[in-house]
Design a protein around this ligand. Structure first.
Ligand code: HEM
Length: 546
């Protein structure tokens, strides 16, 4: 046998073995697929990639198409991993059962990428360790929903809004048009910065100077209130938080093989990982600095009762939490845990609240009758003094405002998908699936499902009024999932509702607000949440008009 013959022999043998292995894999793959017990409807998967090649854009847009084709419950394969999509309220009953024995308390299947950015054993949202999640969530919940925290939220929202108005006045002055009364602004850009400032101040008692920074980008003159260094640090922090959010999506969705071996993915992965490390270090520094300040503060002197101090002192002799702890949670939180929780408030509370507010502004621009009814409600609550400071108690009286927020959030589904994982094998209606199956709740479709909503596409806040009274409106259980459901429901719900109502009062009681491009549909893109793009509004101070 010549050398060439040996090479040929080896070559064909290798090809033969590879083909045999591939055929075996194919047979096994489809045997498993076709023999699955009580299977769900869904698109036909390919070996290795599953249905990944059909996935374009964002899970929410794909899920809408899947629902149209396969109905209220269906399955897809991401690579080899089976995902079940649920799009009807009664089918999520089990998933949101509020019990610690619930089979769906873990949010997401194991993803190496999320381990790499260190969010699966710390913090809350992607924490897969139920012990650690319960521990952190308890303190997070209580710190964030304490009355003093809510009141601080109202105070800071007002103070910072007034500061933002000063910047608007200055910009108006610089760009004054002939009428001199109105001012045009990109509310989506301002809001992202505004909510960053509110949340950052509330949790750490430090300023992020986000909207001051934005003012500097737009203005001929720079703000003199803050130093150059503060502004640079602020800009870096804002960019860093945005990268962190991109990193979450990227590391959650991108298979590790792609991240390791495809150059463009590898490069992106390295960049985002360095951004995550940078942000973790910044927040760790903040935690350590506050720990030191607490140690240095004399015992008879009060500590600042913001969220950072609450989390750092719980179960310590300097506890400022009005005894949040109980007999099951007796140890203090570590610096790492506090860092994870603080980062979580900032990342979960900024985009969600800012974008909800922008979508509210968009809808109020299109429905003057709804806006008018809202203004009447402000009049009835604030009587004849529309400029007086807002009290937390005022906001509880704004039931129509509350209904507007719910209706806008129903139609826009800011968080369009809620993730859960089955801990044990289970079944929903007649369909079975194994332990570790990814369950995706399709809020986007549930929120407009004709089984739950009359005239689902119609914007009608009054559907949320008069609930719980005889003959009043009824909302089907689990059909409104703005803040999710069960024990993993959003802990920032009350904080967000308070901030949104305060913002609606602050903007609309003082200004006439119009959309600049009234005939354009609202622009948005999907990142982790549905994000409003470039919403231009024109505002006129009512007093100046007279
Ligand atoms: C309008 C504003 C907001 C919306 C629409 C929103 C929506 C949601 C949704 C849908 C979830 C998933 C719930 C589930 O899995 O059942 C969630 C989780 C979460 N949200 Fe919010 N949220 C908002 C504001 C906030 C704020 C202000 C904070 C914090 C200050 C916050 C912190 C969190 C956290 C930590 C989780 C994870 C909970 C867990 O896994 O246990 N959110 N949010």
């Amino acid at each position: 046998m010549s050398f060439i013959d040996i090479i040929k022999f080896l070559f064909w043998n290798i090809i033969g073995y590879a083909l045999a292995i591939f055929t075996f894999y194919l047979a096994f793959y489809y045997f498993k697929y076709f023999s699955r017990y009580r299977p769900l409807p869904g698109p036909f998967p390919l070996p290795f990639v599953g249905n990944r090649l059909q996935y374009r854009g964002h899970p929410a847009t794909w899920a809408k198409r899947l629902h149209e084709e396969y109905g209220d419950i269906c399955e897809i394969y991401m690579g080899g991993e089976r995902h079940i999509w649920i799009s009807r309220a009664d089918l999520v009953e089990k998933i949101f059962r509020p019990s610690l024995n619930n089979n769906y308390l873990i949010r997401i299947t194991h993803r190496e990428g999320l381990d790499e950015i260190d969010v699966t054993t710390k913090g809350i949202t992607f924490n897969r360790s139920l012990d650690s999640w319960t521990f952190n969530r308890k303190f997070f919940n209580q710190a964030i929903s304490s009355l003093s925290f809510m009141k601080q939220n109202v105070i800071w929202t007002q103070n910072l809004f007034e500061e933002m108005e000063d910047y608007w006045r200055e910009l108006k002055f610089q760009t004054e048009n002939t009428s001199g009364k109105e001012f045009t602004l990109n509310i989506s850009e301002w809001m992202i910065r505004f909510t960053t400032d509110v949340i950052f101040t509330l949790t750490t008692n430090k300023r992020a100077y986000s909207f001051a920074n934005y003012f500097n980008q737009l203005s001929n003159t720079k703000t003199k209130q803050h130093s150059e260094i503060e502004m640079v640090e602020s800009e870096n922090l804002i960019k860093n938080i945005r990268s962190w959010l991109h990193a979450l999506q990227f590391f959650m969705d991108t298979p590790s093989l792609w991240r390791k071996y495809i150059p463009s993915f590898k490069k992106r992965s390295e960049y985002l990982k360095s951004e995550v490390d940078r942000l973790n270090n910044t927040f760790m520094e903040l935690v350590k600095q506050r720990r030191k300040e607490i140690e240095m503060t004399p015992e008879d002197e009060q500590l600042i009762p913001d969220m950072l101090s609450m989390l750092l002192t719980v179960n310590t002799p300097r506890d400022v939490t009005a005894k949040l702890a109980d007999e099951h949670h007796t140890r203090p939180l570590s610096d790492e845990e506090v860092r994870g929780n603080i980062l979580e408030v900032i990342s979960a509370g900024v985009d969600t609240t800012a974008n909800t507010f922008c979508f509210i502004v968009y809808h109020l621009g299109h429905y003057p009758d709804v806006k008018e009814k809202m203004l009447q409600e402000f009049n009835s609550v604030f009587r004849d003094d529309l400029s007086r400071p807002i009290e937390h108690e005022d906001l509880n009286k704004l039931v129509y405002c509350d209904a507007i927020i719910k209706e806008v959030s129903r139609l826009m589904s800011i968080v369009p998908v809620i993730f859960r994982m089955s801990i044990k094998a289970d079944e929903i209606v007649k369909y079975s699936f194994p332990a570790g199956t990814q369950i995706n709740v399709n809020t986007h479709v549930i929120h407009t499902h004709p089984s739950h909503w009359k005239d689902p596409e119609k914007f009608d806040p009054s559907r949320f009024l008069n609930q719980g009274v005889p003959g009043g409106n009824k909302i089907a259980k689990n059909s409104l999932l703005i803040f999710g459901g069960g024990l993993r429901m959003c802990p920032g719900k009350n904080l967000a509702m308070t901030e949104l109502k305060a913002l609606m009062v602050l903007l609309y009681r003082k200004y006439d607000v119009e959309l600049v491009n009234i005939n354009e549909p609202v622009k948005y893109h999907y990142s982790i949440v549905k994000s409003c793009d470039d919403l231009m509004i024109r505002i006129k101070d009512r007093k100046e008009k007279q």
